[in-house]
Design a protein around this ligand. Structure first.
Ligand code: NAD
Length: 395
């Protein structure tokens, strides 16, 4: 099959297996080039391990510290005439590379919110790994079926309280326009907390503890975003921000539990805004990211998921370092993004951007490049006109 990108709005419905493998290899090469991460995890469970920040965390644990990793994710294999999702191909590439390096890699594909997937995961940990000393919670999901009530909750990306208007960009067509998003109602806000808040993270940690598969002194980390005030109504102060407040609540609850179990720890790492499948779906944010990339690249401060997670592991979690917390007890690897000079430069560009000057004032080209790379397109050295086998099993 010859596989080309087919972009539909903010998703690409095709993915290239060899390109995804090359993309994963780029991150592996970065972690290896940075050198070993000492005192790192031995047995890491990564929930949301197939793309974005979760995949990058898995790569840092495996290739930085030689950890055994177990990845949980929800990906679709190839079907007749249709390639698999990128996370499927990413996981195969990661698994092959980790095993070739002598590092255990186990995979569980299914709904992480369900009791059944938790049970399968615990069985695999007990059989192949031993007690978990790092739990990374990196899910980004549009829905959750609650395992106890059976209710299906759908998350929304909306402001709270009042409508929000701002500029946004159609990244595919390159059109900048004004968008107004109506506020969420109470049910939508509660549903978003049910999906993206901390209850499921707590359930995972409890399940590990009940199964006696939590190592004394274990670390648990989940990811959040804050960003600048232009995006607050849709992010920090919107439905997703409310869910992140609940994630922080869960971090405190899990921290207390882990502290009592061999002085472990749990916290939130606030990461940089990056092009991922999750962030491309948020209105306004892709325009902000396009401007941010322009500014951070010009200052030599740009990082991708791989660089961010390598830095988190090597300078905050391990390597003889302790996490440096902000006033709310969060680790900040968005520190470079939030530097005053970076945000001042973004704020200067923001009001000037329109469809005509988008290519000059922003790094929309870099945004599109990164977006296509998520699906395995635009990687150097790959012949995208050649036939490629889309049906690859996940072992
Ligand atoms: P992503 O879309 O790249 O990855 C999401 C992962 O969750 C994938 O592995 C996917 O398979 C998995 N997943 C989704 N639903 C699942 C389910 N029901 N069961 C099992 N697995 C499921 O997302 P991302 O951008 O890497 O986001 C991960 C976390 O990082 C989120 O909490 C997000 O808010 C946070 N974050 C993202 C950014 C950003 O700019 N992208 C910035 C800061 C923090």
């Amino acid at each position: 099959m010859i596989i080309k990108p087919k972009v539909r709005g903010f998703v690409c419905v095709t993915a290239h297996p060899t390109g995804c493998a090359a993309h994963v290899q780029e991150q592996i090469d970065h972690v290896k080039a940075k050198g070993p991460i000492k005192g790192g995890p031995r047995n890491a469970l990564i929930i949301g391990a197939s793309t974005g920040y979760g995949l990058a965390s898995r790569i840092a644990a495996s290739f930085g510290s030689g950890a055994k990793t177990l990845g949980v994710f929800f990906e679709r294999p190839s079907e007749d005439g249709r390639p698999a999702t990128p996370g499927w191909y990413n996981t195969i590439a990661f698994t092959n590379a980790a095993r070739a390096a002598g590092n255990y890699a186990g995979n569980v594909n299914g709904d992480a919110f369900s009791d059944d997937i938790k049970k399968q995961t615990l069985e695999m940990i007990a059989r192949d790994m031993g007690p978990i000393d790092l739990i990374v919670y990196s899910l980004a999901s549009p829905r959750r079926q609650h395992p106890k009530t059976g209710a299906v909750h759908k998350s929304v990306l909306k402001p709270l309280g009042a409508p929000y208007s701002n500029k946004t960009v159609d990244t595919d067509k390159g059109i900048v326009s004004e968008v107004t998003i109506e506020p969420a109602n109470d049910l939508e806000a509660a549903d978003t907390v049910a999906v993206m808040g901390g209850e499921d993270w707590e359930m995972w940690v409890q399940a590990l503890a009940d199964a006696k598969l939590l190592a004394p002194g274990a670390t648990a980390v989940a990811y959040s975003y804050i960003g600048p005030s232009h995006t607050w109504p849709i992010y920090k102060d919107g439905t997703i921000g409310r869910a992140k407040v609940d994630l922080e609540r869960a971090a405190r609850a899990i921290d207390a539990k882990l502290k009592a179990h061999g002085n472990g720890r749990a916290f939130i790492s606030v990461n940089k805004a990056l092009v991922t499948q999750a962030s491309s779906a948020i209105p306004v944010v892709p325009l902000y990211i396009s401007i941010l990339y322009k500014v951070m690249k010009a200052k030599g401060l740009h990082e991708g998921c791989g660089e961010q997670m390598q830095r988190l592991f090597a300078t905050q979690l391990y390597n003889g370092h302790s996490p440096k917390f902000d006033s709310e007890g969060r680790v900040r690897v968005d520190d470079w993004e939030m530097r005053p000079e970076i945000q001042a430069a973004v704020a200067e560009i923001w009001p000037k951007v329109d469809t005509e000057n988008l290519a000059q004032l922003t790094d929309i080209a870099g945004y599109r490049e990164e977006f296509l790379k998520l699906f395995g397109f635009g990687l150097p050295g790959i012949n995208y006109d050649a036939e490629v086998e889309p049906h690859i099993p996940l072992s």
